[in-house]
Design a protein around this ligand. Structure first.
Ligand code: MN
Length: 233
């Protein structure tokens, strides 16, 4: 064998603040209902015993500042601001006490969601993929190394839609904090450097429209922005 039938796609990779190298992305894990008020607005409750997860393909990574088309197949594309933990050191069956040693750093992300398709899937007891895992649905700011920003266990998290605050909470109100998520996920997966964990969104999710701009922030980490294009995708 030599070479490939067609050129392999570029490896998704994200910028790191203050570094001239990119961080290659491996997998994207996302946590559901990790803030009580958001679980309630979704007509549910948070599960304090154990978190639950869904995944996105690394190829749906989109850098902060991008303009993306309004996603196809939906009439209810919604924003979710999230703190993202970036795994830097591989591990399996990691204790909570050791968990943060496996976290390289943090970023701000949008878990963009086709809410109508997600709700239909829930109602039919089907997987969430169509609602969650689609092009441009994992938006990510630059990554900040924990050695520069510290480990993020508290601080404001928020989102503005066209300048109006829609989501506002504190990271400390997460049901399952980052160390617990890393430890729990590592019971099921051999975590790898470049894995991302979108840690869940606070209350206030809602729709975006073509032409909208969303800006999110996590105190101590930074900001993330996304522009929804006027042309459908
Ligand atoms: Mn989410």
């Amino acid at each position: 064998m030599s070479g490939y039938l067609f050129p392999p796609p570029a490896l998704p990779a994200a910028p790191i603040r203050g570094r001239d190298v990119l961080l290659p992305l491996h997998r994207i894990f996302c946590v559901g209902r990790n803030y009580e008020a958001h679980a309630r607005e979704m007509g549910s409750t948070a599960d304090r015993a154990a978190p639950f997860y869904f995944t996105k393909s690394a190829c749906v990574y989109t850098p902060s500042g991008a303009t993306v088309p309004y996603a196809p197949g939906t009439s209810n594309l919604q924003h979710e601001i999230e703190l993202v933990a970036v795994i830097g050191t591989a591990g399996f069956q990691i204790s909570q006490a050791d968990a943060l040693q496996h976290v390289f750093g943090y970023a701000c992300g949008f878990d963009m969601t086709r809410r109508d398709l997600q709700e239909a899937a829930k109602n039919q007891q089907r997987p969430w993929d169509l609602g969650k895992n689609f092009e441009h649905s994992a938006v990510l700011s630059e990554i900040v190394a924990a050695q520069d920003c510290g480990h993020i266990v508290a601080g404001e998290i928020g989102l503005r839609l066209n300048g109006v605050v829609k989501q506002l909470a504190d990271v400390s109100t997460m049901v399952h904090p980052v160390a617990a998520l890393v430890s729990d996920l590592s019971r099921y997966y051999h975590l790898q450097a470049g894995d991302l964990i979108y840690t869940g969104t606070p209350a206030g999710v809602g729709p975006v429209q073509p032409g909208d701009c969303i800006e999110g922030w996590v105190a101590g980490v930074g900001t993330v922005t996304l522009n929804i294009g006027r042309m459908p995708g």
